[in-house]
Design a protein around this ligand. Structure first.
Ligand SMILES: C[S@@+](CC[C@H](N)C(=O)[O-])C[C@H]1O[C@@H](n2cnc3c(N)ncnc32)[C@H](O)[C@@H]1O
Length: 215
């Protein structure tokens, strides 16, 4: 019984590190996320689905070590990439990894939470979040707020690769259904699911801010 509660405490500490990495353990979590092959594949794949154009202005929420940020910047050569993350450790790590693009004013990374969105001078073309929405407070409300900083016709991609013990294809499928429902409730349209066959699979739900959306 005691052993079980110790195990649960350890697991919940580790999970918290991925939800808001901090301190030495947070730096370790950042290292794992940056180097794990499945993480790299997942982030590159999600960006490839977003159809990023050279002049696009894209926001990533919960960028962690900044893998997707680097790939977005590689594609949006004349655009601007914004990222927010509420972990100071991750902001430092991702800033180091994207230093050249930041110096060139093509990438801007901010230390803030999704429930304290910065203001943008112009509407965004796309928004992406990879394995992050599960940690947000009141996610459907956050998606509604995000829709308002996206231009009509703008794209959103939310990806999930469940990392809980025993996660399998059905865990991913149910995460995808939940994301699809949340996007629809928040006013996005044409939600569709793509799946990357890793172990466990990654689901990416893509949707559109309707053209007749209220600003
Ligand atoms: C599991 S990590 C995923 C990191 C990265 N997207 C990846 O796939 O490698 C989740 C990230 O989301 C960030 N995050 C969680 N909740 C957040 C919130 N409310 N606002 C901003 N960032 C958040 C965490 O700090 C962490 O960097």
């Amino acid at each position: 019984m005691r052993l079980k509660s110790l195990k649960q405490r350890v697991i919940s500490r580790v999970v918290r590190q991925f939800g808001r990495p901090h301190g030495v353990a947070g730096r370790l979590a950042g290292f794992v996320m940056a180097h794990r092959t499945s993480n790299r594949q997942r982030n590159l794949w999600v960006v490839s689905l977003l159809d990023v154009q050279p002049t696009d202005r894209v926001l990533e929420i919960g960028f962690g070590p900044g893998l997707a940020i680097a790939e977005l910047a590689r594609r949006a050569t004349r655009g601007r990439i914004y990222g927010i993350d509420h972990s100071e450790v991750m902001v430092h790590r991702a800033s180091r990894c994207n230093a050249a693009a930041i110096r060139a004013h093509r990438v801007e990374l901010l230390h803030t939470s999704v429930d304290r969105l910065p203001s943008f001078d112009k509407p965004l073309d796309a928004i992406v979040a990879v394995n992050s929405i599960g940690f947000w407070p009141n996610p459907t409300q956050r998606l509604n707020e995000l829709r308002r900083v996206l231009r009509p016709g703008g794209r959103i991609a939310l990806a999930s690769q469940p990392r809980c013990a025993g996660a399998a294809a059905d865990t991913t499928a149910s995460a995808a259904r939940e994301l699809q429902d949340r996007l629809t409730q928040a006013g996005f349209t044409r939600a569709r699911v793509e799946t990357l066959p890793l172990d466990p699979p990654v689901a990416c739900v893509l949707a559109i801010n309707p053209a007749d959306a209220e600003p």
